[in-house]
Design a binder for this molecule. Structure first.
Ligand SMILES: *Cc1c(COP(=O)(O)O)cnc(C)c1O
Length: 400
């Protein structure tokens, strides 16, 4: 997944252009900047690639989620349904708005299970936010139907799955709003950065204003603009956006390499009895940033994970024990160590949920191993990993 592996002349040239212009801020300074507008350029490229009417860039993926929700009017006391397996940022973004994250189980897609979502809907629910983890997606059609039925907003957290598609549409463009991260470890990177895509003009305008202290961006003179509503600073800088302008041009080349490396690794495990692969919804195409597979039990998965690392297959993850990707280890977010001023209403609602547990999610997560697919591997390196993985997993499963 990492765009950080692939830096070159294109990125340098874009950044140099910004440095030469002398204007590092994305808004204003029209006369000084020699017509250099990198954030705008990145937004145009994003909207074109993702086939949406609008795109807006911000300072991070977490900011993208926060701004996207704010732009759709989500705020204090509203509930947003998110999966138990996510990056903690989706949870944080909901909390940052004073809203309440409500967890729902995942299934063998490793993403939100549409069948468990409906029972989590209350009269406070405003949005459903599937998170397309590790390069592949939730089954979006039934989620969209639920949103239509209950008048909810569908927000896709596509931070880890840029370039994938569902039902012929780029991930992020299927819902009302889609969010991307361009942090340093994502498929394409700005260093730090994030993006929001939508076809909804008012969400887009709200996002543009909210991420810049509520500035209305109507005048040429920044000092003369008005602030129709309160916002915050989630702006991307021109330097970061410049890196993104270069990276988004290379996205489809990156995806091809990822897919090739992924396919070689997958093929090496395909015949091993006991290994099954993460389900990809029928009309979905993943972005191949991780190879995700299941072992027959939690015990075997733990042993296999350890054995893979010992054998020198690095960048393989056992998320079940991870304390920023899976709800099971999230006590620190709401417990006494939390720095954020969370209301009693929020902490109570969250601890109710985590106390009752999510056995279906535990079932899948306990057995899942995810191996990062890198872009910079030589053919020899991919083959080395493929045969090591095959050997290690065969040994573990033969002993059963
Ligand atoms: C990386 C990530 C984010 C947050 O992105 P940042 O740019 O690091 O703030 C949100 N959701 C998911 C699923 C992510 O992987």
């Amino acid at each position: 997944m990492p765009g950080f592996e692939m830096f070159g002349a294109l990125e340098r040239a874009e950044v140099q252009e910004v440095l030469d212009s002398g204007v590092l801020m994305r808004y204003g300074f029209d006369g000084m900047r020699n017509n250099c507008w990198k954030a705008r350029e990145l937004e145009e490229a994003m909207a074109a690639r993702m086939q949406t009417k609008f795109a807006h860039t911000v300072s991070s993926g977490t900011a993208a989620l926060t701004v996207a929700m704010a732009s759709a009017g989500i705020g204090v006391g509203d509930e947003v349904i998110i999966p138990t397996f996510t990056f903690v940022a989706s949870f944080e973004a909901v909390l940052a708005l004073g809203a309440i994250p409500v967890l729902a189980d995942i299934d063998d897609t490793l993403c939100l299970n549409p069948q468990t979502v409906e029972k989590q809907i209350t009269d406070k629910t405003k949005a459903i936010m599937p998170v397309h983890m590790c390069g592949s997606m939730a089954d979006l059609k039934p989620l969209k139907m639920l949103c239509d039925k209950h008048k909810l907003i569908l927000i896709e957290d596509a931070c880890q799955a840029i370039g994938g598609s569902y039902d012929g549409k780029p991930l992020g463009s299927y819902g009302d709003l889609g969010c991307f991260s361009f942090d340093y470890v994502k498929t394409i990177t700005c260093g730090e950065g994030g993006g929001i895509i939508t076809d909804n003009h008012s969400y887009y305008k709200n996002a543009d204003h909210y991420s810049d202290h509520g500035h209305d961006h109507v005048g040429k003179d920044r000092g003369a603009e008005s602030h129709p509503f309160l916002g915050y600073n989630y702006r991307i800088s021109e330097l970061n956006a410049a890196v993104g302008v270069a990276q988004i041009k290379r996205l489809d080349d990156f995806l091809k390499v990822q897919q090739k490396n992924y396919s070689l690794l997958e093929a090496s495990l395909a015949d091993i009895e006991g290994i099954t692969f993460r389900k990809v919804p029928e009309t979905g195409v993943q972005n191949y940033s991780f190879l995700n597979f299941f072992l027959p039990s939690e015990d075997l998965a733990r042993r296999a994970h350890k054995a893979l690392l010992t054998a020198g297959v690095d960048a393989c993850f056992y998320w079940y024990d991870n304390n920023w990707h899976y709800y099971r280890k999230w006590e620190h977010l709401t417990g006494p160590k939390s720095l954020g001023p969370l209301s009693d209403q929020v902490t109570q609602r969250i601890s109710e949920q985590t106390r009752s547990g999510f056995s279906a999610s535990d079932h899948w997560m306990g057995r899942t191993i995810s191996c990062l697919v890198k872009l910079s591997w030589s053919r020899e390196e991919v083959n080395r990993r493929a045969s090591l993985m095959q050997k290690v997993l065969r040994e573990i499963l033969i002993k059963v």
